[in-house]
Design a protein around this ligand. Structure first.
Ligand code: G3P
Ligand code: CA
Length: 275
């Protein structure tokens, strides 16, 4: 029988906006994150990469070609070159009819620092917003990404949980080595091990050293719901990505997952009765 948890109003599924409200606004832009906050998301998700001059920026792909009007690898470009690009106008008006292209800061490259400022401002206004940061690998800057990330979190006092609540930030990665580095340097930061498929040695629900939360892709959940039960039995929380369709939200709720990562936070919150 499938292990299903009861979700009471005190333990709702957390809804995490994947790259911001990325169905409605261009991914990883301030516009997408502001929209996610307006929509009521519990947390924001972002990917981070290191520029050639050592800045962490929120970009998913290794290259900027898909999401900007520029070309080249993030790791080979300096922040000033990225800042001259437009990260907004690629967004398809047909798919997102409500998207109104806005020039300037709302659609320029987003530094992790600017996103941390937004999170800090929102929390200071009384909303317990959280941030899930994914380190992207492989990268020529492996090791330095984690170092720079921890340095920034410390500067914004986001590296330790407050006395009265959960950690405002958690780190996610498909790279167990990246999570291990984070855990070794900052043991109180929660870590999420992302999985596209289940490795045979982890089938029983174990996670690699350094990982505390499981992050299976939706394909795993659909094809192997029993694995979610094994993760729960092993004592792990489960955060599923990327869940956009109502039937998949329903499946995740039935399986008792702790968090849903979605491009459509408003729709998912509404389906779960959180709005
Ligand atoms: O939240 C996890 C998910 O974002 C991992 O996949 O490719 O969207 O970064 P990707
Ligand atoms: Ca991601």
């Amino acid at each position: 029988m499938t292990h299903a948890r009861q979700h009471t109003p005190y333990h709702p599924i957390q809804v995490i906006a994947h790259r911001g409200a990325s169905d409605d606004a261009p991914e990883h832009t301030l516009a997408a994150y502001r929209k996610a906050i307006e929509d009521g998301a519990d947390a924001l998700e972002c990917d981070v990469r290191l520029t050639a001059d050592g800045h962490l920026v929120c970009v998913h792909d290794r290259r900027v070609n898909r999401t900007s009007n520029g070309r080249g690898a993030v790791s080979a470009l300096e922040l000033s070159a990225l800042a001259a690009l437009d990260f907004g106008s690629w967004k398809d008006r047909e798919e997102s009819p409500d998207w109104d292209p806005v020039p300037g800061e709302l659609t320029s490259v987003l530094t992790l620092e600017r996103l941390l400022e937004l999170v800090v401002e929102t929390r200071a206004a009384g909303r317990p917003l959280q941030l899930a940061i994914e380190t992207k690998h492989p990268t020529r800057w492996a090791g330095q990404v984690e170092e720079r990330l921890l340095h920034l979190l410390k500067r914004y006092e986001l590296d330790t949980p407050p006395a009265d609540g959960p950690s405002p930030v958690r780190i996610m990665s498909f790279s167990a080595r990246s999570l291990h580095r984070i855990q070794a340097a900052s043991p109180t930061l929660p870590t999420v091990y992302l999985m596209q498929f289940v490795s045979p040695r982890l089938r029983d629900g174990r996670l690699p050293a350094g990982a505390r939360i499981a992050g299976p892709g939706l394909r795993i959940v659909r094809s192997n719901p029993g694995y979610i039960e094994r993760l729960h039995r092993a004592g792990h929380r489960v955060h599923v990505w990327t869940v956009n369709e109502p039937e998949d939200v329903e499946l995740c709720a039935r399986l008792g997952v702790e968090a849903i990562i979605t491009n459509r936070p408003k729709q998912v919150l509404s389906q779960l009765g959180h709005l």
